[in-house]
Design a protein around this ligand. Structure first.
Ligand code: YRO
Length: 312
């Protein structure tokens, strides 16, 4: 059986990789991912200038997942482009992803110009979960701004580009977002980012567990799998077929990957479980997915991708 896949007309020998933000903040972590069974990696979202991020504790693992308010700590986009372009030289057959995020549309344009000038030949992921102007919701929940960003971005950036989306919870929002996304030559849509502004409590100390935002933070792990599957499938149903779906959220075993692909994902990304288990997780996940495919008589992921059945 083969777990190979394609994204943006590029081949990947495995449909499993990391989620941006996890195990991808510096050259060491990226090199560990590069040596793992993951077929590729995506960097932490790079900004125009390096950022320290929020005060710690800013990440906390729980039995069912994680909560984080990292505050976008990163080495700056230039750093990631240098590392990835160097790794790309050494492994011309591999394809890599670089994530970036600006705090307004002008910054997004500057970031993508940097990517183009650097000679990067991989795939760009634009993180739309970024905060917008104060008083407005995060970009991904501000549909007019999403439309404006994509319109502006596609005027200048010609390489393969995908967007990382926050989770949506209303069918009308799926419809409205799909209508916008279908207007643009996107390589893919990556659903979902963490579920925003959750709260985890240490009841013995009667206290929150992360310092920033009075303990409010993005939720990942088991908590978000149903939401992730729904977002993957909702966009799979609504987007034109040349916009592929990357499924992220709640993946910690082969069954979770199988379900994301059944919902329409062409690639899956692992966050919280990777943070807990480290890059060896990719060998385990690949083994488990292959075992499921063998049991069910599937040779390749196209045999079951998007084939989720409804109840008549
Ligand atoms: C939440 C933002 C800081 C605006 C973007 C970076 C980010 C972070 C983060 O750096 O806090 N955490 C997430 O779970 N998802 C994200 O996209």
């Amino acid at each position: 059986v083969s777990t190979a896949t394609n994204i943006a007309q590029k081949k990947f020998d495995n449909c499993i990789m990391n989620a941006s933000g996890v195990w991808c903040s510096d050259e060491n972590e990226l090199t560990e991912l590069d040596r793992s069974e993951a077929s590729s990696f995506v960097t932490k979202s790079g900004t125009l200038q390096p950022r320290k991020g929020n005060p710690q504790p800013r990440y906390f693992p729980t039995s069912l997942g994680s909560i984080n308010s990292m505050g976008l700590p990163n080495q700056g986009l230039d750093y990631y482009l240098e590392v990835v372009n160097r790794l790309q030289q050494r492994k011309p057959h591999k394809n890599y992803f670089v994530s970036c995020t600006g705090f307004n549309v002008q910054e997004d344009i500057s970031l993508l110009k940097k990517v183009a000038v650097s000679g990067f030949t991989g795939v760009v992921e634009l993180n739309l979960s970024c905060p917008n102007v104060p008083g407005k919701p995060q970009t991904g929940y501000d549909f007019e701004t999403v439309d404006n960003i994509l319109k502006t971005v596609f005027k200048s950036y010609k390489g393969p580009l995908g967007v990382k989306l926050p989770p949506y919870f209303d069918i009308v929002h799926f419809n409205q977002m799909a209508q916008i996304l279908n207007k643009y030559p996107l390589a893919y849509v990556n659903s979902v980012n963490s579920i925003g502004n959750g709260l985890y409590i240490d009841d013995t100390q009667e206290q929150v567990v992360i310092k920033p935002k009075n303990g409010f933070g993005g939720i990942g792990g088991d908590y978000i799998k149903p939401t992730a599957l729904a977002n993957v499938h909702a966009f799979y149903q609504r987007l034109n077929p040349d916009i592929q779906i990357i499924g992220t959220g709640g993946i910690k075993n082969g069954r979770d990957i199988f379900e994301h692909i059944l919902c329409g994902a062409s690639m899956v990304q692992v966050g919280t479980a990777l943070m807990k288990e480290g890059p060896d997780i990719f060998a385990r996940l690949t083994r488990e997915l292959k075992a499921i495919m063998r049991d069910k008589g599937y040779e390749k992921i196209a045999d079951f991708k998007g084939k989720l059945q409804y109840i008549e």
